[in-house]
Design a binder for this molecule. Structure first.
Ligand SMILES: [Fe+2]
Ligand SMILES: [Fe+2]
Length: 195
């Protein structure tokens, strides 16, 4: 819809007045959403390869992180369009944008330590991605800041889970009450609520 370029979108104009680089912000949000979407896919594969007695417990933790990545993807979309952005037409372009190839199954696909190392790296990358959006919007774009801050809170929790599993560094919190609980981003991903 080309006419939209000529529309006066007050919700975007105020951000420019507040000093937000709107184009840069849209770009970062699209990249971050592609990382979340692609990580959701790769976590599905990694989880499926957690086998044996030890793998059974890890499956649950990866499931919690996996469903929250889907929530993070969902949490971005509306804001991208409100800002005047859009997702790429080609899903392959979108997935390539994520740079998540490192999340592909390890050479020995059921090597639990290698799986956990990949999960940890993904969470640490996500923290950096969402911190960027927080910095771009802090004090200038409360709507996007709130979404990014809530996603960041879950990513920090996810990092702590994998640090605990790999290195015994206590994460200091209990598992989710149920997979998909998404305590911080639930309000931004209502489409995932059933019924
Ligand atoms: Fe995420
Ligand atoms: Fe995560």
């Amino acid at each position: 819809m080309e006419e939209s370029e000529k529309l006066n979108v007050v919700g975007v104009e105020i951000l420019k007045k507040n000093g937000v680089d709107v184009e840069g912000l849209i770009n970062q949000l699209v990249i971050n959403s592609s990382v979340e979407f692609t990580a959701y896919y790769y976590f599905t594969l990694l989880r499926a390869n957690c086998t044996g007695m030890e793998g059974e417990g890890i499956k649950g933790v990866i499931e919690d992180a996996r469903l929250e990545d889907l929530s993070h993807f969902e949490s971005c979309i509306e804001r991208i369009y409100q800002l005047g952005g859009q997702l790429p037409k080609d899903a392959i372009d979108y997935i390539k944008m994520s740079g998540c190839e490192f999340l592909q199954l390890p050479d020995n696909p059921t090597n639990l330590k290698a799986i956990l190392e990949k999960c940890l790296k993904a969470e640490q990358g996500a923290i950096i991605n969402w911190d960027k959006v927080c910095k771009m919007t802090h004090g200038k774009d409360p709507m996007t800041y709130e979404i990014a801050q809530h996603i960041l809170a879950e990513e920090i929790e996810h990092e702590s889970w994998f640090l605990e599993l790999l290195y015994g560094r206590p994460s200091g919190h209990m598992r989710r009450k149920y997979s998909g609980e998404r305590p911080h981003t639930k309000m931004h991903s209502k489409a995932l609520d059933m019924g």
